[in-house]
Design a protein around this ligand. Structure first.
Ligand code: HEM
Length: 459
């Protein structure tokens, strides 16, 4: 089988009938502007554990924080990761593994994500933010409208390449972004198949989706082959390469290294980019909050470049990022497969059941949050406010499989927001509320359209 055939075979998997993303789509149909509302209504009606029979297998929807803890922490070893259909994106990266193999691959990479390393990364985050500012300066001049998630994705990818790999992005991020999006848009895949069955014309062909996967596969080799930017000694890429050379971990071969790079360039960018784009959307609709971000930036940073200490001092800006991830968690649901029989909240779970931990629902539940639909960054600063229930906020997951880069992403996004809003006023020009799509991640349907203004020119 040649490379194109392999990609053609892989390209359809995410939208195949046996994929959970495909199976969940009929459940998410009723409210076209926010399909997750339907799941919340189901929870209100049927309780915190809802088994749904879907052909040959069962999906069990879970919405209570205490039950998230049961699956993610207490019985973590009895629930394995679900990655069908996403293998072409992640290959055999650690995010897809379980047990001893997962541990062998994750542990040596952990030091690159320790908060002590963040200070070293900040100049590289800032370099990427400055490149983005040059582009936004051009948008401000022309007054044209543009889609924000693509913008924040190219920024997040640049930050990862510079800070973790010591590379300037050796690929065209706009092309890669469009290709991978084409693949992850499950609805599109479903549409392709349905249109094909009914003999209709369709725009994205299977060969296009395969081409997308081929383009994605070419990215890690380009990263490895590119010249180092600063010849730094301590980078994640060097850690990964030293794992390949380490005979005590034979599983960490060259393909593993390639797939780890893929993982960081998608798991570490799409989520970060969605958070920043949603934060800009919320701030455009809440100018008083945007003013507070600007005032904090001026008070803490002035005209200086940020340091690690400044990150700690940007408390309101950080709260904006936390509140954004509460309202728009990029990973709206975590998926596991039951590996042992169990009982969750009185419901028997069978081996093979697909478990969907519906974090979005807990994060919007008035039981756990005052005025859950309100954008109130202050709630993260006010110690006297209603105490949060543990596991009612899980944007990075929980337990041993929680996000390796969660803390780092908050540094990236807090600094980006602080520096970008000091110079620009991004104006959201789309519908409010922005309609959402819930596939693998929670994305704005049709994107988030913005127009850019330079502050000193519009003030
Ligand atoms: C706002 C930003 C981010 C969000 C919301 C997010 C969310 C998540 C979530 C929910 C998980 C757990 C999935 C599960 O339990 O099934 C996860 C895992 C992971 N994330 Fe993130 N993530 C973010 C940023 C990052 C960054 C910046 C990186 C790295 C550069 C990263 C790399 C990973 C990896 C490698 C895993 C798998 C960990 C493992 O399996 O042990 N993420 N992320």
């Amino acid at each position: 089988m040649n490379a194109m055939d392999t990609h053609l075979k892989q390209a359809q998997q995410l939208g195949e009938e046996q994929s959970i993303w495909f199976k969940l789509s009929p459940l998410l149909k009723g409210n076209t502007d926010n399909p997750l509302r339907i799941l919340i209504q189901m929870t209100e009606r049927y309780g915190p554990v809802i088994p749904v029979n879907m052909g040959s297998e069962r999906v069990v929807l879970i919405t209570e924080p205490a039950l998230f803890k049961h699956v993610l922490v207490t019985k973590a070893d009895d629930y394995i990761k679900y990655f069908d259909g996403l293998k072409p994106i992640f290959g055999k990266a650690m995010i897809t593994h379980d047990g001893a193999l997962w541990q062998k691959i994750r542990m040596p990479q952990q030091p690159a994500f320790h908060p002590d390393a963040f200070g070293d990364y900040i100049p590289f985050f800032v370099a990427a933010i400055k490149t983005k500012m040059d582009q936004w300066g051009e948008y401000a001049k022309t007054g044209e409208t543009f889609e924000m998630v693509e913008q924040t994705w190219t920024l997040a990818a640049d930050m990862i390449c510079k800070a973790l790999f010591d590379r300037d992005m050796p690929f065209n991020p706009h092309v890669v972004f469009k290709y991978v999006k084409m693949y992850t848009d499950v609805q599109e895949h479903k549409g392709i198949r349905q249109k094909k069955q009914s003999g209709e014309q369709f725009e994205i062909t299977e060969a296009d989706a395969a081409k997308a996967m081929e383009a994605w596969a070419s990215v890690p080799p380009a990263v490895i082959a590119a010249d180092p930017r600063d010849e730094r000694e301590k980078t994640l890429l060097k850690l990964i390469q030293s794992c390949v050379a380490d005979p005590s971990i034979p599983e960490f071969d060259q393909q593993q290294a390639i797939d780890e790079i893929k993982q960081y360039l998608w798991a570490g960018t799409e989520t970060t980019a969605l958070t920043l784009a949603w934060a800009l959307y919320l701030l455009s609709n809440h100018p008083e909050a945007a003013e507070r971000v600007i005032a904090e930036s001026e008070a803490v940073l002035g005209d200086r470049e940020p340091t690690a200490a400044d990150y700690s001092a940007l408390t309101y800006t950080r709260a904006v990022i936390q509140e954004t991830m509460r309202l728009y968690p990029p990973v709206w649901g975590l998926i596991r497969i039951a590996d042992k029989p169990d009982n969750i909240g009185g419901v028997d779970v069978k081996v093979g059941d697909r478990i969907v931990l519906f974090g979005y629902s807990a994060q919007h539940n008035p039981k756990f949050w005052d005025e859950p639909e309100a954008f109130r960054p202050e709630r993260w600063m006010d110690k006297s406010a209603k105490r949060q229930v543990k596991y009612s906020y899980i944007p990075f997951g929980a337990g041993k499989r929680s996000c390796i880069g969660g803390a780092m992403s908050q540094v990236e996004n807090t600094l980006a927001l602080s520096l970008l809003l000091r110079r620009f006023r991004p104006e959201y020009v789309g519908p409010v509320p922005a309609p959402i799509n819930a596939t693998v991640t929670l994305t704005p349907k049709g994107g988030l359209m913005f127009r850019m203004h330079e502050l000193n020119k519009t003030a």
